[in-house]
Design a protein around this ligand. Structure first.
Ligand SMILES: [Zn+2]
Length: 115
């Protein structure tokens, strides 16, 4: 017996399991082509989530900058308005998390099997 990754959800499961305890996919009856297809779908879903996180983060950064500049008195005055204090660091953190996640997904050992 070994610990393998569920091809559908990516969680660690027993190689003897007939059904994934995390996502209930019947992994015992899958042929290799189905396993590879599920692994590619799972990878694509995660890559989409990571990309969406970076888009939301960029919107937060742009919103924070506009808010800071547009809040009276107009310009780059200190201290920044509260909305900018919240949006800028959280946007930056979310952007870095999203990019790191994408980088990790694209490492050769984390890529799904080719079609
Ligand atoms: Zn699963």
């Amino acid at each position: 017996m070994a610990i393998v990754k569920c091809p559908a959800c990516g969680q660690r499961i027993s190689s003897l399991a007939k059904r994934c305890p995390h996502c209930s996919t019947g992994v015992g009856s899958l042929d290799p082509a189905d396993r590879d297809r599920l692994a590619r779908q799972n990878w694509r879903r995660q890559a989409d989530r990571a990309a969406n996180a970076t888009y939301i983060a960029l919107a937060m950064l742009v919103g924070g900058v506009i808010w800071w500049w547009g809040d009276p008195p107009q310009g780059w005055f200190l201290p920044p308005p509260t909305a900018a204090i919240i949006l800028l660091p959280f946007g930056l953190a979310l952007y870095l998390v999203g990019r790191s996640w994408l980088f990790w997904l694209r490492l050769p050992r984390n890529r799904p099997p080719p079609e």
